[in-house]
Design a protein around this ligand. Structure first.
Ligand SMILES: [Zn+2]
Length: 258
């Protein structure tokens, strides 16, 4: 039996990036506006947040925008008021303090931006990802000031694990050293696979195209194949995190998948 009642998909903004960030060596002339999402679960034991959006302060403050984006040649992400997490939470009827568990796919800036609002919560992440992001030689895709805070309550995990009945996290390392993806079981909708950045776009799965960035190509391809296989074997559906076409037919909060 699943303990998950509802899945809310929150659209937290857009990043404007070369397509090759998502599809290795393919589409170098194209620039995409890719959605940034976060997922909120209403469960029998409380609210669970999967990934933590992008930090609007790093975009709106000119000095921080320069430091984190412009100096690296990155276009500023777009976050409008309707994309802000607190506003979407309010529409659902909760606040940050109602979320007691945050699970992160990885620590790139478009997945960890609101962590500073969750000092009261348990933050679950793969041990490898945490070690790399906090101690490793990371890239501009990691903004340490968003996640390297002393009073966050980290819960470090190794490999596949079940967070609670109906919510399983899978080790899908490859895009980063400790990337994980989620499989959610809902009472009506059945199995929903959330790849996060294991594959940004539908074509990553249809054509088995590697993500633009990977620390281990073999593992990254295995992750794509594993997630595809789960969808096929369970008759489930995949909800993509970064696909600009798929997002337009995804049910967005305050609507939900039940
Ligand atoms: Zn990423």
């Amino acid at each position: 039996m699943t303990s998950i009642r509802r899945l809310y998909v929150m659209l937290c903004g857009y990043e404007v990036i070369p397509k090759t960030i998502s599809t290795r060596d393919k589409g170098s002339r194209f620039i995409l506006s890719e959605p940034i999402c976060a997922y909120l679960l209403d469960t029998e034991t409380g609210w669970v947040l999967l990934d933590a959006g992008v930090n609007p302060d790093n975009i709106r403050d000119p000095a921080r925008a320069k430091l984190h984006y412009l100096d690296h040649g990155i276009t500023l992400p777009i976050v409008r008021p309707q994309h802000e997490m607190e506003r979407q939470f309010a529409e659902i009827g909760i606040g940050f303090s109602d979320v007691k568990h945050v699970i992160l796919s990885h620590l790139h800036f478009d997945h960890s931006g609101y962590l500073r609002h969750f000092h009261h919560a348990r933050i679950s992440i793969q041990r490898r990802e945490y070690a790399f992001a906090v101690n490793g030689k990371t890239s501009f895709a990691y903004i340490a000031s968003d996640y390297d805070a002393p009073d966050l309550d980290w819960h470090l995990v190794d490999g596949d694990w079940e967070a609670q009945p109906g919510l399983t996290l899978l080790d899908t390392r490859g895009h980063t050293p400790g990337h994980q993806s989620a499989v959610v079981e809902l009472p009506e909708s059945g199995i929903i696979v959330l790849p996060f950045d294991a594959g940004d776009l539908q074509e990553n799965f249809d054509q088995e195209i590697l993500p633009g960035e990977s620390c281990d190509d073999k593992a990254a391809l295995a992750a794509i194949r594993r997630l595809k296989r789960i969808v096929a074997e369970t008759g489930g559906q995949m909800i993509l995190f970064h696909d600009p076409v798929a997002i337009q037919t995804t049910r967005l909060a305050p609507e939900f998948y039940g």
